[in-house]
Design a protein around this ligand. Structure first.
Ligand SMILES: C[S@@+](CC[C@H](N)C(=O)[O-])C[C@H]1O[C@@H](n2cnc3c(N)ncnc32)[C@H](O)[C@@H]1O
Length: 280
């Protein structure tokens, strides 16, 4: 969407929301602090920071159960730091391409893959989900988690996914949807301000996917599982303070307010978490 916020374009405003300087070095410092040997970092040592969505690695592994063959070509749209991409490459023996708007996240994703020896099975590039730099019918699986909330042009977003997916391929998603018309309080983990957030209801997603030509849908309401996980995170922060290595590394100084706002809206029934898949 071409909204200008101050001197920044919409895309620059989203990038600015997610920007963390010196992210890779910061993560290395945190790993050292919690006692991880930097010459022997395992993929799962990174999970508390490189899975930027409610319920982290656990829910990614659950979604990945839909990937039932190896050697597939997978695209992660809005891949962040590449945790889900590395998990799929490692556990499902697939080659995974991750694309993200944030140059900082892409640089960090590449460096983290190298650190855990998964750089031969993962590729990361900076790009816009609304203009995917791939030929049509390029991927067996297209995957996206917690990205579309930043995107106003939903039909364009899902049409691009449809275009690059092979016929018979699977689209897998895990996302946040609105479930009431009440106002939402910001900051949220995905948007410091309301104008960076574009929430739709799950029924609207189904309509959009249908209209584009996807078929054979399956959806799962993940809200209760998400709420339980956020509750646990909040009580951990209350008892012990912010974790050394957690999503606070990405969400910055207002992490607690972002988590609290998300929790309250899930709890009050304004927001829901859904995972699902559709076929082309
Ligand atoms: C909450 S993070 C989720 C990251 C990752 N999917 C994960 O679950 O770990 C949202 C990500 O979407 C990316 N993003 C937002 N709008 C985008 C766009 N138009 N094109 C590509 N990436 C985008 C952001 O840069 C950010 O990395």
């Amino acid at each position: 969407m071409g909204i200008n916020s101050g001197n920044l374009s919409y895309s620059e405003s989203v990038q600015s929301h997610y920007f963390v300087s010196e992210l890779y070095n910061n993560i290395l410092d945190k790993l050292k602090t919690i006692g991880v040997d930097l010459n022997n970092v395992k993929r799962t040592d990174l999970s508390s920071v490189d899975e930027f969505h409610v319920r982290g690695l656990e829910v990614s592994k659950e979604l990945a159960q839909q990937i039932t063959s190896s050697n597939l070509k997978v695209l992660d749209v809005g891949c962040g730091l590449g945790g889900p991409a590395r998990m799929i490459a490692d556990e499902k023996s697939c080659t995974v391409t991750g694309l993200d708007l944030s140059q900082e996240f892409i640089d960090t994703a590449k460096a983290l893959s190298k650190l855990v020896n998964l750089d031969s099975k993962t590729t990361f590039l900076k790009g816009d989900a609304l203009d995917l730099p791939f030929e049509r019918n390029s991927f067996d699986i297209v995957w996206t988690q917690h990205v579309q909330m930043n995107i106003f042009e939903k039909k364009k977003f899902y049409s691009e996914i449809f275009r690059v997916l092979k016929t018979g391929g699977k689209f897998l998603y895990y996302d946040i949807f609105k479930s009431s018309d009440n106002d939402i309080n910001y900051p949220m983990p995905w948007a410091s301000r309301q104008d960076l957030s574009h929430l739709i209801k799950i029924a609207e997603l189904e309509k959009i996917l249908n209209s584009i030509g996807f078929n054979s849908f399956s959806q799962k309401n993940q809200t209760n599982a998400g709420l339980a996980s956020i509750k646990q995170m909040l009580s951990h922060i209350k008892k012990f303070g912010p974790p050394i290595m957690g999503l606070n590394v990405l969400m910055g100084k207002d992490t607690k307010q972002k988590i609290l706002n998300a929790f309250n809206h899930f709890d009050q029934g304004d927001l829901q978490l859904w995972s699902g898949f559709a076929e082309k």
